[in-house]
Design a protein around this ligand. Structure first.
Ligand code: PLP
Length: 439
């Protein structure tokens, strides 16, 4: 069968499709697998109990005949409008205005089927072919001010790839008073001198904060500087808050979250523990919300209401924030500590440096001068039943062929249970020690 160019673009093998296949295969496999590769959130009992309780209550809250007149039935049996479930949007408006002084109205929020869906819309709205004032065609890209960045951005453009990326400054830092860590910082000098920026070929600036894959959290100063550049060049600043505050709040450094009409904030219910309900939230200027709603109408008719109905009461009574602060964040902070201790035990005498864990559900490990690429390391580890993700996929918009650093890192999930961390890190230690020892 012949596919259109559009079809070919989406069916060719991509980094994300390989990753998702491996993860799916690992879950189906009858061999034990140390799953340190995926982006699935952890199973946290207190979290799952609250969601299940809320879900069950939705089936029994009807005023007339409980089973047929409940929130559960009404949200299953009716489309929302293309902007998304109105009750959830109202609850979110109240929630954000209670916690931040953003003065939102319902015109500032749209829902999508997961935030991946939001990035598909936004990167195609702000990246690709534009017509300038002289009716000439200009190709604009999404500026990623700090790569490595989220693997899922790479292939979302309907035609081609439209990214301009800036490589990081790498600073050696301490973590909890210990050596052996580094932190990426935005190279503003390189960024401000980008010809694409100066020549009007950037359509938006985007960063994930905390960053997937590194667990980096851009500082408030870096964010203020990016917001200023975005305003100066009249492009929006998109902040991917999938792991950020106020939910799931997997963020350990002391930072704040800001929004204004030039900012597009993307939230998700996935990393609070609900990836299956596919719910993303966009907070933006009404013009952007209207565009997203129009795209929802064409692509989905309306976004799914299932996650919205579970989350509405939890947003109304702040339980989503309490859960994030008291259960989700401390859980991952402890997991990061455990993983760092295990890694130091396995590889403390070897040239391993770890990105300072500041948030998200991953550790980013840099094996300096590793004799093989981490894509080759991935294959060896996979053979031995341990899955990680090699670094080369996390540089959208960068030609990594001459950039050694992009072949020396791996992303490791810390969402697994303790035994899997012990076993998986044990295998990584054994393989990496042997590689360095034989070099
Ligand atoms: N953004 C980041 C940084 C992510 O890590 C992910 C998922 O792993 C997403 C967006 C997409 O998440 P979802 O579509 O489940 O909301």
């Amino acid at each position: 069968m012949k596919f259109s160019k559009f079809g070919q673009k989406f069916t060719q093998p991509t980094g994300i499709s390989q990753l998702m296949d491996d993860l799916g295969d690992a879950l189906k496999s009858d061999q034990p697998v140390n799953m340190l590769g995926g982006g699935n959130p952890a199973r946290i009992d207190a979290v799952n109990e609250l969601f299940l309780e809320t879900y069950q209550a939705l089936g029994n809250d009807g005023s007339f005949r409980e089973d047929i007149n409940s929130t559960a039935t009404s949200s299953m049996a009716n489309y929302s409008n293309p902007q998304g479930d109105a009750a959830f949007i109202d609850a979110l408006v109240g929630f954000f205005n209670r916690h931040y002084d953003w003065n939102l109205t319902s015109e500032n929020i749209a829902l999508t089927n997961g935030s991946q869906n939001a990035f598909f819309y936004l990167f195609n709205l702000f990246g690709g072919a534009f017509t300038d004032e002289k009716s000439e065609s200009v190709d604009k890209s999404i500026l990623l001010p700090l790569t490595p960045e989220y693997i899922g951005y790479s292939d979302v453009h309907v035609e081609g790839q439209h990214f301009t990326a800036v490589l990081p400054h790498i600073d050696e830092v301490t973590h909890d008073g210990e050596e052996g860590f580094f932190k990426y910082r935005v190279d503003f000098e390189a960024l401000e001198n980008l010809p694409a920026l100066k020549e009007g070929r950037i359509g938006a600036i985007c960063c994930s904060r905390p960053t997937n894959p590194t667990g980096n959290v851009l500082t408030d100063e870096e964010m203020a500087h990016l917001a200023e550049i975005a305003k100066r060049y009249d492009v929006p600043l998109i902040i991917d808050n999938a792991y950020g505050m106020p939910f799931p709040n997997i963020i350990y450094s002391d930072v704040t979250l800001n929004w204004d009409e030039n900012t597009i904030l993307c939230f998700s219910l996935s990393k609070i523990g609900l990836p299956g309900v596919r719910t993303g939230i966009i907070v933006a200027a009404p013009e952007v919300i209207a565009a997203v709603s129009a795209m929802n109408a064409v692509v989905n008719l309306s976004p799914t209401r299932f996650g919205a109905s579970i989350a509405t009461p939890l947003v109304e009574n702040n339980a989503i924030k309490d859960l994030s602060d008291n259960d989700i964040k401390p859980f991952y902070q402890q997991q990061a500590k455990t993983a760092v201790t295990l890694l130091k035990k396995e590889l403390g005498d070897y040239p391993l440096v770890i990105h300072k864990p500041e948030g998200a559900i991953f550790l980013w490990l840099w094996f300096k001068d590793l004799p093989i690429s981490t894509s080759e390391l991935y294959d060896i580890l996979k053979e031995k039943g341990t899955l990680i993700v090699p670094s080369e996929y996390f540089f959208p918009g960068v030609d990594v062929s001459d950039y050694q650093h992009a072949h020396e890192c791996i992303r490791m999930s810390i969402a697994a249970d303790e035994q899997t961390l012990i076993d998986g890190i044990g295998v990584i230690g054994e393989v990496v020690r042997e590689l360095y020892d034989e070099a």
